[in-house]
Design a protein around this ligand. Structure first.
Ligand SMILES: C[S@@+](CC[C@H](N)C(=O)[O-])C[C@H]1O[C@@H](n2cnc3c(N)ncnc32)[C@H](O)[C@@H]1O
Length: 200
């Protein structure tokens, strides 16, 4: 009898659970498309809120105000990773006028539809929308000047990959302004291994 029997390997290629985490994160955000939140009033300046359409304000799901810290200049190309309903993409688009462009990237087509509607309501036309994951950004190397992101990098089970992609798409001398959640201690294992906790 083999007294050193190993546990049976799970019948999956997703050995690190990354696909399960991503699927759970996407389910969680798909469920809040069109839901109304109250976070924007806490995070944005009154002057910013005054020029944003109500749809963008109500769909805000971020944790900070990355555009305020980005120091955007006319003519720059800026990408908003995980743009959601587009609140920061719209502010960024205004911040790079004249001549600049803002790109909103999100993994969920439904979020991009909301964002495009909000940008149209805001009268912003120097935007484009890109469906994709921040772990494999569908853009060429060194094509953007600035990356902004608000409450999104923490959602990825492949954060090193996200930072590698950010480095790849930034022009030399480019910069990023990211508002996010940072851990300063280990999470208890029951939270660290719970796919639902990633989305929350
Ligand atoms: C917490 S919400 C933040 C939305 C927006 N940045 C804001 O401040 O309102 C997270 C967003 O990231 C998107 N997302 C989640 N995982 C992603 C990934 N791997 N790549 C791109 N977008 C992702 C979700 O669909 C959702 O729109």
């Amino acid at each position: 009898m083999d007294t050193h029997a190993h546990p049976v390997a799970p019948q999956t290629d997703d050995l690190l659970g990354q696909e399960a985490i991503s699927a759970s994160v996407q389910d969680a955000y798909r469920a809040v498309i069109g839901a109304k939140t109250a976070v924007a009033a806490r995070l944005y300046d009154p002057e910013q809120l005054a020029v944003l359409p109500r749809g963008a304000i109500e769909q805000a799901l971020g944790v900070g105000n990355p555009v305020r810290a980005a120091g955007l200049r006319p003519g720059e190309v800026v990408i908003d990773l995980g743009c959601g309903g587009g609140i920061d993409t719209i502010l960024a688009a205004r911040g790079v006028l004249p001549g600049g462009t803002a790109i909103g990237l999100d993994v969920l087509p439904g979020m991009l539809e909301v964002a495009a509607r909000n940008a149209a309501d805001a009268g912003v036309t120097n935007v484009r929308w890109l469906r994709g994951g921040m772990e494999a950004i569908p853009l060429p190397d060194e094509g953007v000047d600035v990356i902004v992101s608000n409450g999104v990098v923490n959602l990825s089970p492949r954060k090193s990959r996200v930072f590698a992609e950010m480095y790849r798409i930034l022009r030399p001398g480019g910069r990023f302004s990211v508002a996010d959640i940072v851990l300063d201690d280990d999470l208890p294992p029951q939270i660290a291994t719970d796919p639902a906790a990633w989305a929350g």
